[in-house]
Ligand binder design. Structure first.
Ligand code: NAP
Length: 284
């Protein structure tokens, strides 16, 4: 076990609940392997206590922190600077504290893109269909559009539908033409968009926790040339991914994205690459 010194700097997770998180184990293993003097801890911080927690972390010169929903959105007005990607999505999952200045980033989208690139999938000019656009979904939509993809988003009416429409207004006119928004109940449109898509992404919780036996798609809409991605990483194989395997599709769960979004945050805080040897331990 690495020694904690008088100079060790704190990095944290501000989430509620926070105790299930794999981030402390992953980041602390990275600090240990590289001999970096940081400590990562998870803190249970509900949205109503976020401002207080951030003031405290700034006062004690913590190096930075991660956030989960709804803190990802609530953090934005508490920042001094926001990266262009995070600003257009309206949420941050990583904060860097540098000499009193708090800068927010969102590493979820680039984490997803890197996970696909690892599988030699280049999104430029490709068509993507995606269900759901909450915090993680919108980050993925934004990154895919930046990569040159055309994206069709299927949303329920309400909160995240409004968020994706607002997001659309922040895009350039070329990018706006590459984003289509549909009602999640429009099954005719969903089957048509899937028929000409190279990648499908589930960014809803359907397939996990109390929705474990559910899938956002019917199996007969799938074709073997589509890559089916689920942002969910627990369970590793959701109902959707099992259906996709049966249909002969390539599949990807949320594990690789989880790794790459963490690796991006690690580098923002420390200036070092997350040691790749930790990747296997992170798959547990
Ligand atoms: P979120 O902000 O709560 O968004 C969830 C999205 O799914 C919203 O668009 C929501 O629509 C929709 N939705 C919720 N319940 C639904 C249902 N019963 N039927 C259909 N749509 C439903 O959550 P998030 O942070 O974006 O997370 C989404 C998924 O990504 C989760 O499974 C999470 O575990 C996963 N995730 C993975 C990673 C990774 O690194 N792999 C990172 C972050 C998140 P409304 O707005 O209408 O409620």
């Amino acid at each position: 076990m690495r020694a904690i010194t008088g100079r060790s700097r704190l990095i944290g997770l501000l989430a509620s609940p926070s105790s299930h998180s794999r981030s402390p184990a992953l980041h602390n293993a990275g600090f240990e392997r590289l001999g970096l003097d940081y400590v990562y801890l998870a803190f249970d911080v509900p949205q109503r206590r976020l401002r207080e927690a951030v003031e405290g972390l700034r006062a004690i010169d913590a190096r930075g922190w991660n956030l989960s929903m709804p803190n990802k959105k609530a953090m934005i007005p508490l920042l001094d600077r926001v990266s262009p990607q995070a600003e257009r999505i309206g949420s941050v999952n990583t904060v860097v504290h540098e000499k009193g200045v708090l800068t927010g980033y969102n590493t979820d989208g680039i984490g997803f893109v890197k996970a696909l690139q690892e599988r030699n999938i280049d999104l430029s000019g490709q068509k993507i269909t995606l269900s759901g656009s909450g915090g993680a979904g919108l980050a993925v939509v934004s990154a895919c559009i930046s990569e040159g993809a055309e994206v069709s988003v299927f949303n329920r009416r309400g909160r995240s539908d409004e968020a994706v429409r607002k997001f659309r207004t922040r895009l350039s006119s070329d990018e706006q033409q590459r984003l289509k928004i549909f009602d999640a109940n429009d099954h005719q449109a969903l089957s048509e968009e899937l028929a000409c898509s190279m990648v499908y992404i589930n960014a809803t919780p359907l397939g996990m926790a109390r929705w474990e036996d559910q899938s956002p798609l019917d199996s007969h809409w799938l074709h073997p040339s589509i890559v089916v991605c689920d942002l969910i990483y627990t369970p590793k194989k959701t109902r959707l991914l099992k259906m996709a395997e049966t249909a002969g599709c390539r599949t990807m769960n949320g594990e690789a994205m989880l790794w790459y979004q963490a690796a991006e945050a690690f580098e923002l805080w420390t200036g070092y690459k997350m040691p790749i040897q930790l990747r296997e331990n992170n798959n547990g």
